[in-house]
Ligand binder design. Structure first.
Ligand code: GLA
Ligand code: ZN
Length: 670
């Protein structure tokens, strides 16, 4: 078990540099009262600590570090490179990004350095090294946080040149590029590396502002951008490392954020950390899935680097968290594998676009507030919980494949529908297991599938090298694979597998898909199961033929009435279920239920309940987190009768009615 911290870190982003000293002292008192034991500092202080090319100024940061060290904080030290100082833009405009429209950006905003600018790289590396030299041996600095929320893209000349180098390394010859992107189409053949143009509005860009006429080009650029920023991360990490020994180095990720291949990134990070900002209407199952994905990146506990204690400012509707909601949200994060609970931020700013973003201490300036009381209550509870939960693991018999190449490729492809979104597809299937309290691991395409009784691979559009073999072996040995429409269509360069859909999965699924129909939002089809029950479907409908598979449901409407819609194929000792269309929730549940029965997959507790029950296994005991996220009271299941709620220290009895956001935490010996 990886346990980089000696306690559950409880705190968050703290910017005393924006405040006079009297406020710092006051903060220390308030935070102690709330059991805050950690502060993330220096996230946006580059301009302050390096006011010019030659000068560094560390006096204030020294004072902040001293103050927090004296108070025995776990300090999360950011390298501050998420926003560049103005002098850098003035002297070296190349550090700013060029956007898809070809416009060079001026000084402003953040998270917008050109990743391939040698000037940016030089100064980012230097400041990271300076900071590590100065604070690396301080035992209170227990985590290093590189930059902040990497993301976006740049289309400048430096990037274009670097892209050509990246391509040369990947493909070797220009002919291989022509072939990979199928550039013979529209006569776009290139003869020389210098003729390759980054995908942007002035080149192969399409009118929608994101896609290009060649998805292969777009996908490779996406891979290249993700790699370029990863190189930025590695560069700073390597500058910090010599001074910090094995203190964990991380950067804050953003859940299902599209533009970076987080599975690749996580291999370079000591611990994953992420920022959780659900909207007022985000389903709790979606948040749970995001946590499971962040845990899945390294198959290990993670840090919750940021969440708001009350409200956001940047969403369309920044609803307050209702009483108990922040507590439940935080504990749900811990339930799914977090070993820290950190907020953005500890004190609310007076100006700038985040002045109405929630914080532990609000504009009133004191701690006599609802938000503070809730933060304090949770702080006391986490303290009571102690440390044995650190490193505890989430076990699962079901794996769901999440793959950024597929995310990109599926959404870059032109046709058959513009309504298909990768993450929503994955979430539909995740939600079934979530509702049943069946633990899920979110896994990469090259995971060890043999660990799972069921592997779900929704919209596995791009089947990359080795996947066919791995999935075949898995099913052959008794695994249950669930896959769907829009699977097995293209190779890693986005070129279609010939010989019938779903290409490399055809034999495994025992079917041949001849055509794919797209339904407009107002259109629905009906399918009928062999037991006579019916359900609706929409979005896409495969017109398929059985080639060995058994038909579980057929279309009951449209000109393809009676053609198979849902199938199951025995292959070796296992089965492949194929969903040829996008069924409604009940249809999905019906078929997944069959698979769960066949695979003998067990939920966390056997009793059916509308509560979320999630567990983490520590060395000696297993922790059960029980949440009511529903808008109705629900009884505590009988298996928890007469147990002690570790959060309150009280004994709970079965049938105890739990209100919305009520949370109970129980441990049972292993
Ligand atoms: C992000 C950033 C923070 C802050 C918050 C506000 O997560 O990392 O600096 O802007 O959003 O929600
Ligand atoms: Zn650039």
């Amino acid at each position: 078990m990886y346990k980089p911290f000696g306690r559950i870190l409880y705190g968050g982003d703290y910017n005393p540099n924006q405040w006079p000293k009297e406020v710092w002292e006051q903060d220390m008192e308030y935070f102690k009262d709330a059991r805050i034991n950690s502060a993330t500092i220096n996230v946006f202080s580059w301009a302050k600590i390096q006011p010019s090319e030659e000068e560094y100024y560390f006096d204030e940061l020294d004072e902040i570090v001293d103050m927090l060290s004296k108070e025995n904080y776990d300090i999360v030290m950011a390298t501050s490179t998420g926003a560049m100082p103005s002098w850098m833009y003035r002297k070296y405009p190349e550090v700013g990004r060029v956007d898809y429209q070809g416009r060079r950006h001026k000084f402003g905003q953040r998270h917008n350095a050109c990743p391939n600018s040698p000037v940016f790289q030089k100064y980012a590396k230097a400041i990271a090294e300076q900071l590590a030299k100065r604070y690396g041996s301080n035992p209170h600095v227990t985590c290093w946080h590189i930059s902040n929320e990497y993301g976006g893209e740049c289309y400048c000349e430096n990037c274009e040149k670097a892209f050509r180098v990246w391509l040369k390394k990947k493909y070797g010859t220009i002919d291989a590029v022509n072939k990979a992107w199928n550039l013979e189409f529209w006569g776009h053949t290139v003869y020389d590396w210098d003729e390759i143009v980054a995908p942007n509005a002035l080149g192969d860009g399409m009118e929608n502002g994101t896609d290009t006429a060649f998805a292969g080009l777009s996908i490779d650029y996406r891979r290249f951008m993700s790699d370029s920023m990863l190189e930025n991360f590695k560069m700073e990490r390597d500058a910090v490392r010599p001074y910090v020994k094995d203190t964990p180095i991380t950067t804050n990720l953003m859940g299902t954020y599209k533009f970076l291949d987080y599975f690749k990134w996580s291999k370079e990070m000591d611990i994953v950390s992420w920022d959780n900002y659900p909207s007022y209407n985000t389903p709790w199952s979606f948040t749970a899935m995001s946590h499971d994905l962040m845990r899945g990146l390294k198959d290990a506990p993670f840090m919750l680097m940021e969440q708001t204690p009350s409200q956001q400012n940047w969403q369309p509707y920044n609803s307050l968290k209702k009483p108990g909601q922040m507590r439940a949200q935080s504990l749900q994060t811990v339930a799914h594998g977090a070993d820290t609970v950190q907020f953005f931020q500890l004190r609310r700013s007076i100006g700038g676009c985040e002045k109405f973003h929630g914080a532990v201490i609000g504009h009133v300036g004191h701690n006599n507030t609802r938000v503070f009381r809730e933060v304090k209550q949770l702080g006391e509870e986490l303290e009571r919980l102690g440390t044995s939960i650190l490193g505890a693991v989430n076990e699962a018999e079901v794996g769901i494949i999440f793959d950024w190449d597929n995310y990109w490729a599926l959404e870059y492809t032109s046709g058959p529908t513009e309504d298909l979104t990768y993450v929503n597809q994955i979430h539909q299937y995740y939600k079934y297991f979530y509702d049943k309290n069946i633990g899920v691991n979110m896994i990469p395409f090259d995971a060890d599938f043999s660990k799972y009784k069921i592997v779900v691979a929704p919209v596995l559009y791009m089947v990359k090298e080795g996947m066919k073999e791995a999935l075949t072996e898995y099913v052959q040995n008794g695994g249950i694979l669930i896959t769907t429409f829009m699977s097995g269509l293209v190779d890693q360069s986005d070129n279609v597998y010939l010989g019938g859909y779903p290409g490399p999965l055809k034999e495994l699924a025992g079917i041949w898909v001849e055509e794919i129909d797209a339904l407009a939002p107002e259109q629905i089809n009906t399918i009928t199961f062999t037991d006579g029950t019916s359900t609706t479907c929409n979005l896409l409908c495969d017109l398929m033929h059985l080639e060995g598979a058994e038909c579980l449901a057929r279309y009951a409407s449209n000109f393809y009435v009676d053609m198979p819609a849902i199938t199951r194929n025995q292959y070796g000792k296992g089965y492949t279920y194929y969903f040829g269309t996008n069924m409604n929730k009940d249809g999905i549940a019906k078929v997944l239920e069959m698979a769960v029965q066949a695979a003998n997959v067990a939920p966390v507790i056997s009793e059916a309940t509308g509560l979320e029950v999630t567990c983490r296994k520590a060395e000696n005991c297993t922790y059960y987190f029980i949440f009511n996220f529903k808008d109705q009271v629900l009884p505590l299941p009988s298996c928890f009768d007469n147990c002690t709620d570790l959060l309150t220290g009280q004994i709970v009895t079965a049938g105890k009615m739990m209100k919305q956001y009520d949370t109970v935490l129980i441990s049972m010996p292993n």
